[in-house]
Design a protein around this ligand. Sequence first.
Ligand code: CDP
Length: 803
Amino acid sequence: MTTTEQPTTPATPPGIGGIGHSLRRREDDRFLRGAGRFVDDIVLPRMLHAAVLRSPVPHARIASIDTSAAAALPGVVAVVTGADLAAHNLAWMPTLSGDTQAVLATDKVRFQGQEVAAVIAEDPYVAHDALDLIDVDYDTLTPVVNPRQALADDAPLIRDDKEGQEGNRCYRWEAGDREATDRAFAEADVVVELDTHYPRSHPSPLETCGCVADVNPATGHATIYMTSQAPHAHRTLFALVAGLPEEKIRIISPDIGGGFGNKVPIYPGYVVATAASLLIGRPVKWVESRSENLISTGFARDYHMHGELALKRDGRILGLRVNMLSDNGAFFADAQPTKFKAGLFHIVTGSYDYPAAHVVTEGAYTNKAPGGVAYRCSFRVTEASYLIERLVQNAAYELGVDPAELRLRNFIRPDQFPYRSPTGFTYDSGDYARALRLAMERVGYDDLRREQAEAREQGKLIGIGLASFTEVVGAGNHKEFDIAGIKMFDSAELRVHPTGKAILKLGVRSQGQGHETTFAQIVAEELGIPATDIAVQEGDTDNTPYGLGTYASRSTPVGGAATVMVARKLRDKARVIAAHLLEAAEEDLEWEPGRFFVKGTPSRGVTIQDVAFAAYTNFPEGLEPGLEGVHYYDPPNMTYPFGSYIVVVEVDAETGQWKVRRMVAVDDCGVRINPMIVEGQIHGGLAEGYAMANMQFITFDEDGNCIGSNFMDYLIPTAWETPRFELDETVTPSPHHPIGAKGVGESATVGSPAAYVNAVIDALAHLGVRNIDMPVLPHRVWAAVRDAGGSGGGEQGGVPPAP
Ligand code: CDP
């Protein structure tokens, strides 16, 4: 059973600034002044610089590498090849999906941009100049540039390094019940099909990836400053891969200029810089360029999807069948829990209640960069959400039912939670109809439909696109979720100092989400210490408790819950000390934000600051001094934020141009800690969703050359293109989270692409258009109209060339 509440009213006064206050982000002060400290700001004495030589071709055998001219260049300290690393057993490293990935290529190169050699020099410019002097002889091989080509019988074998690997399939995995789904389809009146591709995209954070590795030759201690979303897990993996003692590795993830999943994998550059520092005995910095970031580090998406939805004539959904083929690139390096080969794609059943689903997913090796990161989503949920929302929209056209009405008929009802989906997820809470109805009200849905019908009569095209998404965030529980075998719990350590100020140390790591503000607010809520008196520390493995890091919107559901729990532990202890100070029994004390007082005598009380001082100066006999603690939180389940988005577009069929007129987003992430920050997260996600629907994708030509290796080709929307967003909210707390919060960081990117695309399709649906692949570029719209026999093309004729 789900309870839906009104938007959060703060329980604490503004001076304390607990949950529900839109406190300004305290970290912005240094960011806006240009005073953040990012990896590239770190300069150490005697520091060297690494630059990486990358393959210009996507598939080739390496016949020879001659490094002599590069090594002779003044200022070059070392030139490193795969053979050099192989001597230390470091030429290959494990990926987060249990595959192997070349650090520097020894046998073959398998994608354009793959790391082949590295130069370590006194100066970054010398290091880059020396790359031109390395002579590599490549025997080129046929490139494999899409997964269907990869699975063909005559495809060249990409991973001939792997013993027993036959063909280019890297996994096959199923979920759901095949027989039950077949039965559902046999009973269907209508079956709707969709073949679509979610194109390869890139998180492209403002700050590219890099590190400064500093291995002290005297002590053997390695301090590695790294653009890492998961410093603790990275430390453990470094220890396992390099054989370094873990207590001698300190990973510091300083300010991070955006991650979006891109800073979860371990990249060859980190390994090369660390190995070089170890061998040379001096610090080594490696920071990649924008193009290196785009062509070689963790991409996202690239799913070819075929979905079928079975329905009764009355609109009831009976079942879903999905076949998905992912393009994994040359190494299976997706960041995801080991139990789920295709991430959490099997949440593809969406927000709807039906008995049967069957999902088959396959992945193929191709000659492209590896990655498959959770780009602002939980492990491939974006693709899943996109597919089901496109299918439901098309089903509405097939049945002649309004798309909103079809959704309302099939939503999981509030009284069905906790809801077990046909592919095995247990949704915690939701009120999907409420969110959709609110969005419809906000946008003026019925009036818009009338306007759309009238506009059509005049030859004008207006489209109204919907998406009612369910996201799954906050991994674990530990039984089902791990990264490279490490269970997905998280932790918080809280120390209240004698003067009542506090420091909170976390296992998660903000990359711009405002943790320094919001996590302080959680402590403020629980202990009544003003949020401004609470420092939040993250990202230093020597000084924070172990955690799995920040991605897939897990900070609030897991790290946030750990924070609540540790603060409550401290409040319990504070009560004992307060009773001692007030000479009263503990059960006679009442709590109000920041203060204990004797029941019935509110004037007889002590503040949390009094208690903190007493914890070090005047504590009861036998009580352990101090006011600090740690909590490791293993969530019982994921949290399931959701929302309904409605996009209104105008489409010009003559040119294929489309323009967003309205974008209404109703989100439900349970209790909002900081409403302003939540809105900021949603704005960012909606902009990213718009980018994917409209312009942002990486493609490859038939020779395997990456197109989209710079910001002239890989289009990031600016404020100029980005539409205006109208936000609203419902509040359905997560029943198992200690303050009822769900994550939100990913939701809007997950939920919105389908709404944008559905809006364009909706404008053309009466012409019979059912599919335009993302990104919805003008020439694709134009061709869809022409193929549907509409008016597209005008007098000019011919399809405009693809970009
Ligand atoms: O893991 P990540 O920080 O990317 O995602 P998140 O847990 O969804 O949180 C993103 C930001 O929104 C954080 O600063 C959260 O504390 C904040 N947030 C919030 O204020 N209330 C929520 N219910 C969820 C997130």
